[in-house]
Write a protein that binds this ligand. Structure first.
Ligand code: GRF
Length: 210
């Protein structure tokens, strides 16, 4: 069994997609939120998953918060840490501790559009294609070896909300697929890139919503 800890900050729909995928060989050790009122925490608790609320506002500094968070995570000895809408910048010390076993999802086709407000920026720039990326976490925000991507069209009448919804649908496909590949030992990190030992059931590609 591969033990997984999921970090969230809000509604946790990606966390839900991963839990609902019931990935063979994977066990969710805990869902942790830096916001005690995160809707995703209640969803996980209702399903009997261990939940931990660690309010970052109770800590004097980012370093202190990340040190306590890292200790809690390490206590569970997870094989994989999943950032699923976790909206806190991680300290370099934290990232170094878990590098190679921490994944994130970002709602753009990285390395384009790291950071916030990706959908509005994509619309403002007149993009015709947007998407999402699952990647290993490194010290640089929204960078790191890419595991899977999906692309969607940007439509003429898109708003930030409509584009975000189209992208989110794809996030819910590629994140569980990427986690499954990790759990199965199908991802190999070499020269800062992810090579697949086995094919990632077609998810590494262009997915256009049906
Ligand atoms: C997703 O779009 C994710 O890519 C981004 O924040 C959003 C979180 O959504 N990092 P959810 O909490 O998983 O529903």
């Amino acid at each position: 069994m591969k033990k997984i800890v999921i970090l969230i900050s809000g509604r946790g729909s990606n966390m839900q997609a991963i839990v609902d995928a019931k990935i063979p060989g994977a066990e969710i050790a805990a869902v942790i939120s830096n916001r005690p009122d995160a809707a995703g925490l209640a969803w996980a608790a209702e399903r009997g998953i261990k939940t931990i609320a660690l309010d970052h506002k109770q800590f004097a500094s980012r370093d202190e918060f990340d040190a306590v968070l890292a200790k809690k995570i390490e206590g569970m000895q997870p094989d994989l840490i999943i950032l699923a809408g976790y909206m806190r910048i991680l300290t370099d010390v934290f990232v170094a501790r878990f590098e190679g076993r921490m994944l994130n999802i970002h709602p753009s086709l990285l390395p384009s559009y790291p950071g916030l407000h990706t959908h509005q920026r994509a619309i403002d720039d007149g993009l015709k294609i947007a998407g999402c990326t699952v990647h290993f976490v490194t010290a640089q925000l929204d960078h790191g070896p890419i595991v899977a991507q999906a692309a969607v069209p940007v439509l003429d009448d898109d708003t930030e909300a409509t584009l975000a919804a189209r992208v989110l649908k794809q996030e819910h496909q590629i994140y569980p697929a990427a986690v499954r590949a990790f759990v199965n030992g199908e991802l190999l990190l070499a020269d800062g890139k992810v090579k697949r030992v086995l094919p990632l059931d077609g998810a590494a590609c262009l997915r256009v919503p049906g």
